[in-house]
Design a protein around this ligand. Structure first.
Ligand SMILES: NC(=O)c1ccc[n+]([C@@H]2O[C@H](COP(=O)([O-])OP(=O)(O)OC[C@H]3O[C@@H](n4cnc5c(N)ncnc54)[C@H](OP(=O)(O)O)[C@@H]3O)[C@@H](O)[C@H]2O)c1
Length: 336
């Protein structure tokens, strides 16, 4: 059994990871951390875990976590994560980081988008980006995996094979994404307060959402050219799920079948990427590790439509997929 600890276990992505790990035949959860006073049982903050996981929420030191566990899932906000991870790694555990801290290659881009110096600049550019469908070889055996952003996954999965083909412009990519409210985490905020978001939709962080540089970095890596991306995230009145509609210009004339063929070829044999003929809906992927993708050609422009569950393929499911890859287990173990 591989011993796993979860940092920030009171949050949304953490409880999702716990539920997946509880049915994983090779993983055993040995510690769950939180800054809650008095080490309450985890089921007091996640009642869905009553009778399923009896561990207390402990405010452990990163060294203690890294000693107790073989692998640590860091479900902390950015910055808080990179402040603890170096000590967890030094204690000998492998880490899968849910936050954005190790996704970007360079400190200047991190400073520009996150507004503060990175706490562990030395590791930037050396960590592996946790999208097994694109970086499986590098993830295998890695000590630190940067789990991708939820919006970023919904954009990179369909875009990567297209930009790699060289048949598409990279200067004018428009990504229009809608997310369920759990994407903002469990801490109360005005925007995610029920009367504000129920029966309502709104755009936010227009032109400055922090997944933009992550998406650009991955397009650059696959296309070899500097892309220009307009990414507009929107809050949708649902608990979970992301639907992204992506507009990309072909360099010449392209048929829908050709675009679908590129996608199908890129993801042949990939259990969790489904290239579908129909227009996918978030409900098709809720509670699963699937990312569904299709393409259309409209007025000479290619539209890619993708959806996934932000808490599963966008976070905890991807993390377990990475965990399986890191430890040489069958990649779909524990995953639906
Ligand atoms: N939600 C999503 O769909 C999603 C998808 C992909 C990636 N992510 C990323 O995954 C991470 C966790 O997201 P989430 O949605 O699970 O967040 P969340 O529900 O807000 O949970 C984060 C937990 O971290 C702990 N925490 C908060 N600030 C901390 C600090 N300064 N130091 C130590 N612990 C702190 C809190 O627990 P205590 O107060 O109990 O200590 C909190 O419950 C974030 O980096 C997020 O960007 C989220």
């Amino acid at each position: 059994m591989i011993k796993v600890a979860i940092l920030g276990a009171s949050g949304y992505t953490a409880v999702e990871a716990i539920k997946i790990l509880l049915r994983h035949p090779e993983a055993k959860i040995v510690a769950v951390t939180s800054r809650q006073e008095g080490s309450p049982p985890i089921s007091t903050v996640h009642p869905s875990l009553v009778g399923r996981l009896e561990l207390p929420l402990e405010d452990l030191s990163p060294e203690e976590v890294g000693t107790r566990a073989d692998c640590v899932f860091s479900c902390l906000p950015h910055c808080a994560s990179a402040e603890l991870i170096p000590q967890v790694l030094a204690a000998g555990a492998k880490v899968i980081d849910f936050s954005a801290d190790y996704r970007l290659d360079d400190a200047a881009t991190y400073l520009e988008w996150y507004g503060h110096e990175h706490p562990d600049t030395g590791r930037l550019g050396t960590t592996v980006y946790g999208l097994p469908e694109l970086f499986r070889k590098q993830i295998s055996g890695a000590t630190l995996v940067a789990n991708p952003g939820c919006y970023a996954t919904s954009a990179i999965v369909p875009l990567a094979p297209l930009v790699k083909s060289g048949l598409f412009e990279t200067e004018d990519i428009i990504i229009d994404s809608k997310s369920g409210v759990s994407g903002a985490g469990r801490s109360p905020k005005l925007m995610t307060h029920f009367p504000e978001c129920n029966e309502s939709m709104s755009a936010y962080n227009v032109g400055r959402h922090r997944h933009t540089p992550e998406i650009e970095q991955m397009i650059r890596r696959h296309a070899g050219a500097r892309p220009q991306v307009i990414f507009t995230p929107q809050l949708a009145p649902m608990d979970r799920g992301i639907l992204s509609t992506i507009y990309i210009k072909p360099k010449g004339k392209v048929a829908e079948e050709d675009v679908m063929a590129i996608l199908r070829q890129a993801y042949t044999g990939e259990r969790f990427i489904r290239i579908v003929d129909h227009l996918p809906a978030t409900k098709d992927t809720v509670d699963t590790n699937f990312c569904d993708v299709t393409a259309r050609v409209v007025s000479g422009r290619v539209l890619l439509i993708s959806c996934l569950d932000n808490l599963v393929k966008g976070a905890a499911g991807a993390a377990v997929q990475n965990f399986n890859c890191v430890f040489g287990l069958p990649e779909s173990l524990g995953l639906l």
